[in-house]
Ligand binder design. Sequence first.
Ligand SMILES: NC(=O)c1ccc[n+]([C@@H]2O[C@H](COP(=O)([O-])OP(=O)(O)OC[C@H]3O[C@@H](n4cnc5c(N)ncnc54)[C@H](OP(=O)(O)O)[C@@H]3O)[C@@H](O)[C@H]2O)c1
Length: 244
Amino acid sequence: MELSKKVVIIMGASSGIGEATTRLLAEKQVKLVIAARRKEKLELIKKELFNSSIDYLTADVSKFEEVQEVIDFTLNKYGRIDVMFNNAGIMPTAPLSEGRREEWQQMLDINVMGVLNGIAAVLPIMIKQKSGHVISTDSVAGHVVYPNSAVYCGTKFAVKAIMEGLRQEQRVNNIKSTLITPGMVETELYTTINNKETSEQLKNNQKEFGLKAKDIAEAVLFVINTPNSVSINEMIVRPTSQER
Ligand SMILES: NC(=O)c1ccc[n+]([C@@H]2O[C@H](COP(=O)([O-])OP(=O)(O)OC[C@H]3O[C@@H](n4cnc5c(N)ncnc54)[C@H](OP(=O)(O)O)[C@@H]3O)[C@@H](O)[C@H]2O)c1
């Protein structure tokens, strides 16, 4: 299918990688439905991309009904969903010894249940269509464990396992599954770290060593724009200088 005919949903589109992907796909005339919690950010993106087919809905990915509403809206408007990009995530890292159970719960709810909610809502439609593409953002932290990041890494290892399971189960229905795995990228992710010092340090590191969000958007564009018979299942994109 021609790229400009594709209907793509992006969860976590209000900043960073999701926003950059929205902007890049809009340039290619893709039909977009974007979602996140911050309405004002989504509104601004839509305003700036006034020449594109783009709708936005506010949705919290940890709430299944809100994810379902995004799916229902898209299906009502276009009668089809080609790509579901589960990109929303937070990273309030801290050592396990600090016992930040509330943050752990939030990470599990957003990073893991958010992806599962996206899959649960879109899969019945893609199975009926006998086509579709689910893309989820994990992280290099879903492949190696970093100090003071046990829970974040745990959520991203989970996303990796879930996406491989999805691939194995749904290849028979012609549904593609792709794990996009960024290394360090300059985004707003540092703002989700509640320890001021750690947050500042990540912000500086992102600025000095990180990729631009557009670099990851290019990877997403590449995997979406493959022939029907080709499924790229994992793509790791690091800054050249990143060690692990
Ligand atoms: N930046 C990096 O170095 C890096 C590296 C590897 C992986 N990643 C992953 O990349 C993904 C995107 O993050 P980013 O780096 O682009 O950071 P970001 O700029 O903070 O973007 C995160 C996006 O997720 C959305 N979000 C967070 N919680 C949400 C929720 N409960 N419901 C709906 N949307 C939610 C945010 O929007 P609202 O706040 O408006 O809801 C925002 O649009 C995440 O999964 C992250 O783990 C990032």
